[in-house]
Design a protein around this ligand. Structure first.
Ligand code: PHE
Length: 443
């Protein structure tokens, strides 16, 4: 058993303090957090860390030669091929502020107050009312409200998650909405309707829309839903064929999202496995009505750029997206957008794995210990060289009834070999910080 000296560097102290703050039951002093140059009042929901805030404004999706930017341009170009009276149908928003309200991220999208996606353990809250957007769909209602019908929303999104080669707390999404009124949906069939006769577009709030029918929303006709569904699916299959080639195999899987009905996920057959690439569906009519248009039907979809870029260019680790190493970016330089690029690892450096075991204090058990807070702290101190944190072992002491956890922390630098001494130093810093923040006893 090791007892560790409580000597921390300033940046580590910051992380520890923010965690201590979160855990202390003592009355909270009114503090402010600065995010994106604006001061916000902190409260018991505040869990955004300086580390996470430092990723804001990176705009990887707009960065020259960046693989995420290449995929973004290919998707945008594809959607620019849809024209109406000679003009592009879809307008593109790729510079929207990632600081959003809970109304934008959840309420406007009919996400219930008790929905898991709102959990503090899954989002980066600035305070009870504001957070870093967890999906680009957060902007859907405001853009509809501004009068837009067809648009793409592209940007960085933030979710608390575990750490491994395919998960990073910041990633990028392309979201879209396409809405059509009757004349455009059924150009040559004036007798067909978008809505069932009971629904009155002039008094939309008098109709109670339901989703009990798996085929459609109760306000919509089956014809309108099917025409919109066909457009949605054709547009998206066209997109994956543009990206992956015309022979790519795909399948549709029924899905559920609070903001669409019916909903689907699109999977493609990639490297001998089915890979989910996007979620989509017919926009819930309540959302359209609240934002303005009560006489249109719309589709929406959302996809992750990292997953597509990693598959298209065979990029093995999501953290490479954040690399400033010239060996990475130059591989995507001055390339024809549609050129086939295969990333070649510069070299792969060895991993170093150290274990971290501790006793939880009496008031915490294996089930109440907050894994994501722990991951956050480990990342806050170890930074990007922490490749993976995995729970290795847990047990309850038969006599004292105290709970013990053992985690393996895998360290790897993407651009050089780490020495064991260097890793040991960082690992010790993490032990000290974990002991301080969670009141655990290192074994
Ligand atoms: N917002 C969803 C997500 O992040 C994706 C989605 C967008 C699904 C629009 C349906 C419609 O997973």
């Amino acid at each position: 058993m090791t007892w560790l000296p409580l000597k921390l560097k300033t940046y580590q102290l910051k992380t520890v303090y923010s965690l201590l703050n979160r855990y202390s039951t003592a009355a909270k002093a009114l503090t402010t957090v600065n995010v994106n140059g604006k001061a916000f009042e902190a409260d018991d929901y505040t869990n955004i860390t300086p580390k996470i805030a430092s990723y804001l404004n990176s705009n990887l999706h707009l960065k020259k030669n960046h693989p995420l930017s290449l995929v973004r341009q290919r998707i945008v170009n594809y959607f620019y091929t849809f024209r109406y009276a000679g003009n592009p149908e879809f307008s593109v928003y790729d510079n929207l502020n990632p600081v959003v309200s809970t109304k934008q991220n959840f309420d406007d999208l009919l996400i219930s107050l008790d929905h898991v996606s709102r959990a503090k353990s899954d989002c980066y809250y600035i305070n009870r009312g504001m957070l870093l957007r967890a999906h680009m769909t957060a902007h859907q209602s405001e853009l509809l409200r501004s009068g837009l019908n067809n648009f793409l929303m592209i940007g960085d999104v933030y979710r608390r998650d575990e750490i491994d080669s395919t998960h990073f707390p910041v990633f990028h999404q392309v979201d879209a909405v396409r809405s059509l009124h009757k004349e455009r949906l059924f150009p040559n069939q004036p007798d067909l309707e978008i809505f069932e006769p009971q629904y009155d577009t002039k008094n939309p709030f008098t109709f109670k829309n339901t989703i009990s029918d798996p085929m459609k929303q109760s306000c919509h006709t089956l014809e309108a839903t099917k025409v919109m569904e066909t457009q949605l699916k054709n547009h998206l299959i066209g997109m994956v064929k543009t990206l992956f080639g015309k022979d790519i195999k795909h399948r549709w899987v029924d899905a559920y999202f609070p903001f669409t009905h019916p909903s689907w996920e699109l999977e493609i057959f990639y490297e001998n496995k089915w890979m989910e690439v996007l979620g989509c569906g017919i926009v819930r009519n309540e959302i359209l009505v609240n934002a303005g248009p009560s006489n249109t039907i719309a589709y929406a979809f959302g996809l992750g750029l990292e997953r597509l870029a990693m598959a298209l260019y065979k990029i093995p680790d999501i953290r490479l997206m954040w690399s400033n190493d010239s060996g990475f970016l130059t591989q995507f330089e001055n390339k024809d957008l549609d050129a086939k690029i295969t990333y070649k690892p510069v070299s792969s450096y060895p991993q170093c794995t150290n274990d971290l075991s501790f006793w939880l204090p009496e008031n915490l058990s294996i089930d109440t210990f907050m894994n994501n807070d722990f991951y956050e702290l480990v990342r806050g101190i170890g930074g990007d060289i922490v490749e993976q944190v995995k729970l290795k072992d847990k047990f309850v002491h038969p006599k004292t009834k105290k709970h013990s956890l053992c985690y393996s922390i895998v360290y790897r630098h993407l651009e050089r070999t780490l020495t064991q001494e260097e890793v040991n130093r960082i690992h010790k810093d993490i032990e000290v910080a974990v002991a301080t923040a969670f009141n655990v006893v290192i074994r």
